[in-house]
Design a protein. Structure first.
Length: 82
């Protein structure tokens, strides 16, 4: 994403960057962490995304979308480095 000026963009970008950094740290510090582990978390996140019967609200929707994107990005990068 480029320069953003809406709170949704700012929330999304901050969450995405934080999640990517956290996943990279986990990968570096936890030798038992596997791609399959991250894929299981991603599947759970997909389920959470589809289970919005109560209405999360715009902030949580943006945060969840960014978290999913970060997991997808990190998994793709990890697979690409193998």
């Amino acid at each position: 994403m480029g320069v953003s000026d809406t709170w949704q963009d700012i929330t999304y970008e901050a969450t995405f960057e934080q999640e990517v950094r956290g996943l990279q740290r986990r990968r570096e510090s936890d030798p038992t962490c596997t791609i399959a582990d991250l894929e299981r978390v991603l599947q759970h996140l997909y389920q959470m995304e589809g289970a919005d019967w109560g209405g999360r609200g715009a902030v949580q929707d943006s945060t969840l979308a960014a978290t999913i994107a970060a997991y997808e990005h990190s998994i793709a990068q990890w697979k690409g480095s193998i």
